[in-house]
Design a binder for this molecule. Structure first.
Ligand SMILES: [Zn+2]
Length: 89
């Protein structure tokens, strides 16, 4: 089980959080009309090794969206911040 150190609530078990997806994906501009680019964005996922940024919602806590940097092999969490980049919830 992961322990995520919420910047507002402190360290909490993974069960309090909901995974929110890859935080490194870049949405194509709305003007983009190439079907393959949208298909890749919506349906394809990377499975990287090493440090990776993810969104997590602290749904049974402060309800803040967090950006978590987690190693995809060891699951070590090296950074947690609010997803909006602010210092407070
Ligand atoms: Zn929290």
């Amino acid at each position: 089980m992961l322990r995520i150190d919420c910047p507002f609530c402190g360290p909490r078990d993974e069960i309090e959080f909901a995974y929110g997806g890859d935080a490194e994906r870049v949405r194509p501009p709305m003007e983009e009309t190439d079907e393959s680019i949208w298909n890749n964005y919506v349906f394809l996922r990377n499975n990287p090794k090493g440090a990776h940024q993810e969104y997590w919602l602290h749904q049974h806590g402060c309800r803040a969206w967090l950006k978590v940097t987690r190693d995809m092999i060891s699951h070590e969490i090296t950074d947690v911040s609010f997803a909006d980049g602010k210092d407070e919830a």
